[in-house]
Design a protein around this ligand. Structure first.
Ligand code: BGC
Length: 403
């Protein structure tokens, strides 16, 4: 069986269990759950154990640190990573740190004290882990920055992610195509909502989108009525849905309450798009459909796409991100120094680029494995998400993560 298929079979039943831990299943929460406990090592159900290739125990442990369970995708990432490493004979410690920086530092300290053999980390704040990762380095524990680059530490060996800049360009190009900006003068009105400044990815997403749209803004085909075009003006702390909603309600009240038409809400991801779509639904005076972008394919956002409240999302198959991380981590734990050759040697059934120029974390370039994101709309969601087995579709047309 191809590795992606294996990943799906192994992890599918874990996802719904993990998502049940969210504040509201299927709807990313606007606020954090009261407490986010370290996920206990769960015994795999019998049928999963049967599906897993018989792996000899390696005697090694992989520490997996995810930011939070309150945003849907990290539940998926955590489950997939855990299942992947366990399928190859590694024990795992999986923690979610409630989007709290000090908590993540503490969780990492605990895993270092537990003498894990490898750390896979999606940082809450990319700038805040230098000290704790110096401890990991002293202890000889290799570190993979997962999805988000960890800054200002030479303890990070590799970075695995999607091509973050491309995520943004896909959103920007989608707007260009939908509005036919190369042939139509408009002008159209657009507002931007970006991500968390503490997340190194957020700037890549915003810049990717803005670089595509800038020529049309300069040509007067797109107007940013609020004038908010700088990343710092449009950023959303912690990618929080409610924060994005409140900022957008203010924008609508300040700039669009006089009948000015809003054509596009460019949102960097789904948690922010959820808040922006909510603001549009309750606070926008116009009756046109606003084009809303997103990223991740969260269940609530896919429902919004079906309902016409969001127009697209950029989907990143995190099951494949976990597969790439497993093969990279496995190579590291076997004393290898992986490079571009890992891609061919691993026989992945998904595209991945080895990049040694884009991601400088302040101590030098971090070699990166970058997977390829996909645009998902109402028209292609079945082909892109249901056919490959990531989601099922119910009779009403809504999509649900596979279980
Ligand atoms: C991830 C996105 C996600 C965002 C908020 C980013 O680092 O790449 O997929 O939407 O964090 O969790």
């Amino acid at each position: 069986m191809k590795k992606k298929a294996v990943a799906l079979v192994l992890a599918a039943s874990m996802i719904s269990a993990a998502l049940a831990g969210c504040a509201a299943a299927g709807a990313p929460a606007a606020t954090e759950p009261a407490a986010e406990a370290v996920e206990e090592e769960a015994e795999a159900p019998a049928e999963e154990a049967e599906a897993a290739p018989a792996a000899e125990a390696t005697g090694k442990t992989v520490g997996i640190a995810m930011p939070t369970q309150s945003l849907e995708r990290w539940n998926r990432d955590g489950s997939y990573l855990k299942e992947q490493f366990e399928s190859r004979g590694y024990a795992t410690e999986l923690v979610f740190s409630d989007n709290k920086i000090e908590q993540q530092v503490k969780d990492l300290e605990n895993m270092i004290a537990d003498e894990v053999d490898l750390l896979v980390i999606a940082a809450i704040d990319g700038e805040s882990l230098s000290q704790v990762l110096a401890e990991a380095k002293d202890a000889g524990i290799p570190v993979i920055a997962y999805d988000r680059l960890i800054m200002n530490t030479d303890a990070v060996s590799y970075y695995v992610s999607f091509d973050n800049y491309t995520v943004g360009t896909l959103q920007g190009q989608f707007v260009v195509d939908q509005l036919d900006l190369d042939n139509v003068d408009g002008p159209f009105n657009i507002e931007f909502t970006a991500g968390d400044p503490a997340d190194n990815n957020a700037g890549f997403f915003f810049n990717g989108a803005y670089d595509v749209l800038k020529p049309y803004i300069e040509a007067g085909k797109l107007n940013v009525v609020s004038g908010q075009t700088q990343f710092d003006q449009v950023a959303t702390a912690q990618w929080n849905t409610e924060t994005a909603m409140k900022r957008f309600q203010n924008i609508l009240a300040s700039y669009y309450s006089d009948g000015t038409v809003l054509d596009v809400a460019l949102c960097s991801n789904d948690s922010t798009a959820l808040g922006v779509a909510q603001a549009i639904e309750t606070d926008y005076a116009g009756d046109n459909t606003v084009l809303v972008t997103g990223q991740d394919g969260d269940e609530a956002n896919l429902a919004n796409i079906v309902d016409g409240k969001q127009t697209m999302t950029v989907y990143k198959a995190v099951a494949n991100e976990a597969v790439a991380t497993l093969d990279l981590g496995d190579a590291l734990l076997n004393g290898e120094t992986p490079d571009e050759g890992l891609i061919a040697a691993s026989n992945w059934d998904f595209d991945c680029a080895y990049d040694t120029s884009s991601y400088d974390n302040g101590t030098g370039i971090i070699p990166s494995y970058l997977l390829v994101p996909t645009v998902v709309t109402k028209d292609n969601m079945v082909d892109a998400l249901v056919t490959p087995g990531y989601y099922t579709q119910d009779d009403a047309g809504y999509l649900h993560p596979t279980n």
